[in-house]
Ligand binder design. Structure first.
Ligand SMILES: N=c1c2ncn([C@@H]3O[C@H](COP(=O)(O)OP(=O)(O)OP(=O)(O)O)[C@@H](O)[C@H]3O)c2ncn1[C@@H]1O[C@H](COP(=O)(O)O)[C@@H](O)[C@H]1O
Length: 113
């Protein structure tokens, strides 16, 4: 799919993941990412949850610019959580690919088994 269609979001997410990975073991005093990673997955999960709720509130209130900003925070914190928990973007891509062409209703029904 053409990344231009998404205004470069795909490339930015790729660069963001690389940056987060490059901060492993960096000085927590100079890198916010390193400071979060040094605190462990539970702390990263808490930050992700906070940002996701802020994004949800902005969306519910129809605050478009705030939603875009909170969505950026949420994506960053999701990536930090994934890095902390040892989940790679490829793992997420595999899950998404497995759902291609399947309706959300079908996917939910298959989980209920
Ligand atoms: N995309 C982000 C990004 N989005 C949000 N944040 C930070 O996430 C924090 C969330 O804000 P809050 O007010 O909730 O948190 P806080 O109270 O300041 O911090 P806490 O003590 O609660 O953790 C802020 O400090 C933001 O600056 C980010 N920090 C870093 N990045 C990217 O990561 C790169 C590397 O950053 P460093 O690791 O700091 O070098 C940067 O160049 C950016 O590209």
């Amino acid at each position: 799919m053409d990344d231009l269609h998404y205004k470069g979001l795909g490339k930015q997410l790729e660069a963001l993941w690389e940056t987060i990975e490059s901060r492993r073991g960096a000085d927590p005093e100079s890198s916010y990412t390193a400071s979060l990673l040094s605190k462990g997955a539970e702390r990263c999960a808490k930050k992700f949850g906070e940002e996701a709720v802020e994004a949800a509130l902005a969306g519910a209130l129809g605050k478009k610019d705030e939603l875009a900003s909170e969505a950026a925070d949420t994506l960053y914190h999701l990536f930090v959580l994934m890095a902390s928990a040892g989940v790679e973007p490829a793992d997420v891509a595999e899950k998404l690919a497995g759902r291609t062409g399947q309706s959300g209703h079908e996917e939910k029904a298959s989980r209920k088994g």
